[in-house]
Design a protein around this ligand. Sequence first.
Ligand code: ADP
Ligand code: TRP
Length: 334
Amino acid sequence: MSEPTARVLSGIQPTGDVHLGNYFGAIQNHLALQDRYPGECYYFVADYHALTTVHDAKALRQSVRDIAITYLALGLDPARACLFRQSDVPEVTELTWLLACATGRGLLERAHAYKDKAAHGLPASMGLFCYPILMAADILAYDASLVPVGQDQLQHVEMAQDMATHFNETFGAGAVVLRRPEPLMSKAPRVVGLDGEKMSKSYQNTIGLFLEGKALRKLTSRIVTDSTPLGQPLPTEGDRVLALLDLFLDERGREQVRGWYRTGARDGQPFGYGHAKALLAEHIETHFADARARRQHLIDHPEEVDRVLAEGGRTARARAIDTIERCRSTCGLR
Ligand code: ADP
Ligand code: TRP
């Protein structure tokens, strides 16, 4: 073990547009942590993981760049956080194998994400089944101590903890060869989607960060509500529009909107779900306005993005090589 200081690591799959769930559940935390642990944050685009569902090379390359652009537009600072492509560090696939040899099959059979995807009719490849081992390798390869993720990934981080322990016990006679990571959740670990289920690219219920104008209003108007008529008191418990609005509001703002909900009126005028949805669209537009502009600049200058990813890949790979050398030696491969 070389690194006793905190090290932060997280990944996001390039499987579609980044949405409010990704942002409030994970990315906002990633950005805050670069202030707290400058030089110790590693964030990557999980393109190996995406191969479990994306089978179109061109689309995958495009999505990887889109995610990198999104992070940079939202404020990731390459001087404080390392942004890279997972597949620029092929050592993680070797670590995946070493971990697999110390991991019981039962552990993987208990993975909710796998069971959930299989239940939604997604074909279950071995890649999907072994997904948590690759994710554990991602975390353990960089000696990460903190893994900021949404609630849906909690079990995977716990599995990484188990795999680190099993590896240390199986091959290292209990010595700490791999560091135990801890999950870190944001204040919004489970953001709901248009239909009230967890917002997820897999469930087509997302609201993208950079939508604006009519397209955004059309989408927010699709959020499922009950049928309380305009001007009547609206329920504040379990309402999806309110849950999404809360993400953008401080304590005072939340109380104010709850007042409009409880009375069905705002400034003496009737207030209904249509108004709440329009208000949500306004908040989304304003909140991401600066990032939207920076995003456009990066779309027009792809070479800036490629440079950040290439440099990030070199930094991350050097870390992972240290770890894999240590693991090889522990297992007797050298
Ligand atoms: P998706 O489920 O849409 O495919 P990812 O699996 O790529 O999203 O998730 C990237 C990060 O965003 C992870 O840390 C994940 O936990 C977080 N995240 C995804 N959806 C949500 C959500 N609805 N609420 C909170 N966090 C989420
Ligand atoms: N599985 C994560 C997701 O779908 C992405 C991911 C891959 C990840 N490797 C990781 C997240 C390592 C945190 C740490 O969201």
